[in-house]
Design a protein around this ligand. Sequence first.
Ligand SMILES: *Cc1c(COP(=O)(O)O)cnc(C)c1O
Length: 398
Amino acid sequence: MFKKNHSFGPAERLRQLPPYLFAEIDKKKRDLVAKGKDVVDLGVGDPDLPTPFFIIDALAEAARDPRNHRYALDAGMPEFRESIRKWFQKRFNVTLDPQKEILPLIGSKEGIAHFPLAVLNPGEVSLIPDPCYPPYKSGTWFAGGVPRLMPLLESNEFLPDLSAIEPDILKKAKILYLNYPNNPTSAVASKTFFKEAVEFAHRHGLILVQDAAYTEVAFDGYKAPSILEVEGAREVAIEFHSLSKTFNMTGWRVGFAAGNPELIALLAKIKSNVDSGVFQAIQLAAKKALDEGHSAHQEILKIYQKRRDLFIGGLEKLGWDVKAPKATFYCWLPVPPGYTSAELALKFLEEMNVVVTPGNGFGPNGEGYFRVSLTMPEARLEEALRRIEKSHQHLHSR
Ligand SMILES: *Cc1c(COP(=O)(O)O)cnc(C)c1O
């Protein structure tokens, strides 16, 4: 009566997704760990440090209050939105309307992935940086849109060359994605570039989506701008912010969108149909983080900066020509001649038991690079450097 071996295939939109490029590396890594090997994992973009205690305390207290056990308001708690307004004012000197220009999210990835459903019609184009954080592409696909890649080249400081976008593609384009400070290249964008992008968006009727997940992870006194600092940005831009990387809160799932009120309202409409807001206790803890997190955040940055100096300094000693990133906890490093990104990552794993991420996993223009994440204690970074040094001769003699 029941059919055996019944199988449900994936929907077309899932079939469209590119193959998962890290499967082989993941499997090899699991095998090595299972064999008891000491694997140094510099692959994951997820802070190893704990969330600061005062934020956890705020969560615990709010979680005990039964008022926070019910559905949250779709638009987020007014006191959280007010706290975002204040933080944004202080940090970027931008005045946002907390009712209309701010929307709490269940992590910024959620907002980024849902946003195309709110604005794209089937066949319309998203202009996407390459290499990039994958949800710009998948969000576009899921909405029936067409991703078109804008190469991020080292020769252009990993900024897209907007003037190189072909007119017939531009005609069909509706969204232009930016992500600065950038994952995976760790590049930063100046306010001048943001100005150029805003003017470009005005001229061509584009929506600018700026992913600001790493604006707060910056070193040597560098302060990354918000695109909303630029005149005219508010008419065309929506910016996605996250508490994940700033306060070691990746698992908590909280972030927010800020910017053009119409775009915020459209995203809110999609979200009101698919989720019911961020757990209120998490909103109150996130409010605490934004209100009182400055010094805890500075401590976190000091740790990343020390790690960065240690790792980049170590590679320089080995004769590698590498630049210290100004922002993000990533090092985007050129692959030595003679290897593809994937071959190098495999070699690191097999010979050194060190996990790095091959650049081609972020898109075709990631080929020739690999990403190292500084989300490991200094001792582990030193261990990775020792192993790189040992394989070094061999690495460069191919
Ligand atoms: C980590 C990351 C995010 C997502 O952060 P959430 O945890 O979803 O807030 C967004 N963009 C980039 C580029 C990231 O690396």
